[in-house]
Unconditional design. Structure first.
Length: 278
């Protein structure tokens, strides 16, 4: 499978000169399968450019997986071009409230009078599948396994498997030894085990995390601990804090690489436009 990052930022978009390298759009990933099918993960502001690319290249059937319905994971959907085109099929699955969230961003905007389109006016065929709330599902030959995130109001992380290639995506996930039932570090280690690549929330530094416990995000040292215990080949730091500059992310990467010399886990930072081939 081929994974492309279209949005790597958390909480709110962060455009500007200080975020050009890693990007300022909020969460959105594209997965291209060996059969050419497309899977989109989350609908942050990065989905706007992704939608333009999908239309340009004629991909008319799209699976959209939503991890949870916090604003930074939905806010780009009203600008997702395929949703406005009658020949497009958008299949939706993910956290059980995901369809409610997609509808709400239109209804809420309409009530405020600041957006001129209702959900019902979208021309694409948008179908909620609801399979992942029952457990593992397979789409287009891609096996998708969900796990509950340790995050306020809940959410799903996903393990993607195509053939022998496995990637795990855990955004908005606060790693702690003693979390909510089913959301302790040891559960995530078991879930991630066998993955070649782990893409994980690393929004905070250790110092920042001390005043943000319970906010539902990890610091990069715990993300590395998970990657090491699960024995993945590569950890990709994701969901960058909106205040984090490119230089600061470079410094974090250099620090982690220096501290983990001799460890087999490769460490990298998610950047808009970056492609990972697994």
């Amino acid at each position: 499978m081929r994974i492309c990052f279209w949005g790597t930022r958390g909480s709110i978009p962060a455009p500007g000169a200080g975020t050009l390298k890693y990007g300022g759009n909020t969460c959105c990933l594209e997965i291209e399968l060996l059969n050419g099918k497309k899977v989109v993960v989350d609908a942050g502001t990065g989905i706007r450019e992704l939608g333009n690319s999908l239309v340009k290249n004629g991909h008319q059937q799209i699976l959209l997986l939503i991890t949870h319905i916090h604003w930074d994971h939905l806010q780009g959907f009203p600008f997702f071009l395929p949703a406005y085109l009658p020949d497009y099929d958008i299949l939706v699955d993910g956290f059980p409230t995901c369809m409610k969230g997609l509808r709400f961003i239109f209804q809420n905007k309409m009530l405020d009078g600041v957006f001129p389109v209702t959900f019902e006016e979208l021309k694409a065929r948008i179908t909620y599948l609801g399979n992942l709330e029952k457990g593992e599902a397979e789409y287009f030959g891609l096996r998708v396994s969900p796990i509950h995130l340790h995050h306020p109001q809940g959410g799903y992380g996903f393990r993607f498997q195509e053939g022998d290639s496995i990637v795990t995506f855990l955004t908005d996930n606060e790693l702690v030894e003693e979390g909510w039932k089913g959301r302790e570090l040891k559960q995530y280690v078991r879930f991630v085990k066998g993955s070649k690549v782990l893409i994980h929330d690393a929004q905070y530094t250790y110092q920042e995390y001390q005043s943000r416990k319970g906010w539902g995000h990890s610091h990069y040292l715990t993300a590395l601990k998970l990657a090491q215990e699960a024995e993945v080949e590569e950890l990709v730091l994701f969901h960058h804090d909106p205040s984090r500059t490119d230089q600061e992310l470079d410094n974090i990467l250099a620090e982690l690489q220096a501290d983990s010399k001799g460890n087999p886990v490769k460490i990298s930072v998610a950047a808009e436009g970056r492609i990972i081939q697994v």
